[in-house]
Design a protein around this ligand. Structure first.
Ligand code: NDP
Length: 315
């Protein structure tokens, strides 16, 4: 049978390119989990995705209610779940003040981490039930959360500290809106959320891989400098960032190529290893990359899991 993959944030950028790459093979039905139905439908059509190769379901990760409704709706659809890709994200690099999710959590961490944390935990049950030969849960990481890389050392550097802001509820009122309890910084909040994504993948691996056989993986698909992720950045940055990545750092990757990379992590029979953070070298070959000390700190991963579970109502 066809595999069924759910991709969050498939209405643009990497998510859309991956949806297209998988749908084109004819081996996958892609469930595009998106906050804007019309945008997703228009994007799928203009990407040339064949009718019937995908379906669109509403998911707003900035609301835990919406996450629960999505899971309910997905189960009602009667489809099995073979692979879940937690791809959606927001990045607010120039934001001077925090904005908040429906549940009152700072937006970048609320959407990129907490919304996905609840979604992945709830859908784990569905992945367990699937009879597909290789079931996978994939969470997008990033080089910017990895302080063992050049890009990870561009200020403001990511850092979760002792998680006191998160434990306090990231509310900006009774606690800081930042995980480490510091002053709000939009760029750092995104990087912090990506560390959370990488730690979450490892904690899933530790807790569930042996028992379930599910593959848990993260990846850095390369710098896709043209996506909407940078939409809130200043115009000069948006103009110069793609050529800078193309010609200076040479880390640039097109949306199409990045989509092929993520599609491989979803479907390639050779990429079944669990607990891995995949990256690609300059020749576009895939390798198991090292995470920074903080992004691979197992005590922090456990603490992050426990606090996050409380914040999303799982504990
Ligand atoms: P895009 O901005 O193009 O795509 C992000 C997607 O997330 C969009 O579809 C957006 O929906 C969706 N989204 C945002 N907020 C929500 C929400 N509240 N609920 C549901 N969906 C939401 O960015 P990219 O394609 O570049 O990023 C995709 C992933 O890749 C991210 O996890 C990012 O961290 C990661 N990544 C990107 C890199 C890059 O260089 N671009 C590098 C490394 C990692 P909408 O279309 O409605 O806005």
């Amino acid at each position: 049978r066809q595999g069924v993959v759910v991709i969050t944030g498939a209405s643009s950028g990497l998510g859309l390119a991956t949806a297209k790459a998988l749908a084109e093979t004819g081996k996958w039905h892609v469930v595009m989990a998106c906050r804007d139905f019309l945008k997703a439908e228009t994007a799928a059509k203009s990407a040339g995705m064949a009718k019937g190769s995908y379906s669109i379901m509403h998911l707003d990760l900035a609301s835990l209610d919406s996450v629960r409704q999505f899971v309910h709706g997905f189960r009602q659809s009667g489809r099995p779940l073979d692979v879940l890709v937690c791809n959606a994200a927001i990045y607010r690099p120039t934001a001077r003040t925090p904005t908040y999710t429906a549940d009152g959590y700072e937006m970048s961490v609320g959407v990129n981490h907490l919304g996905h944390f609840l979604l992945a935990n709830l859908l784990l049950e569905d992945l367990k039930k699937s009879d597909y030969p290789s079931r996978r849960l994939i969470i997008l990481g990033s080089i910017t959360g990895n302080s063992n890389t050049l890009a990870g050392n561009v200020p403001p550097k990511a850092g979760l500290g002792d998680l006191r802001g998160l434990a306090g509820g990231l509310s900006g009122m009774t606690s800081s809106a930042m995980i480490d309890g510091g002053d709000f910084d939009g760029a750092k909040a995104y990087k912090d959320s990506k560390i959370c994504n990488m730690l979450t993948m490892q904690e899933f691996h530790k807790r569930f891989h042996e028992e379930t056989g599910i593959t848990f993986a993260s990846l850095y698909p390369g710098c896709i400098a043209t996506t909407g992720l940078f939409r809130e950045h200043i115009p000069l940055f948006r103009l110069l960032f793609p050529p800078f990545q193309k010609f200076i750092t040479k880390g640039f990757v097109s949306e199409e190529e990045s989509g092929k990379r993520l599609a491989k992590v979803v479907s390639d029979p050779s990429l079944t290893k669990s607990g891995v953070y995949w990256s690609w070298n300059k020749d576009s070959a895939c390798f198991e990359n090292q995470l920074s000390q903080e992004a691979s700190d197992s005590a922090k991963a456990q603490k992050l899991w426990e606090i996050s579970a409380k914040l999303v109502g799982l504990a």
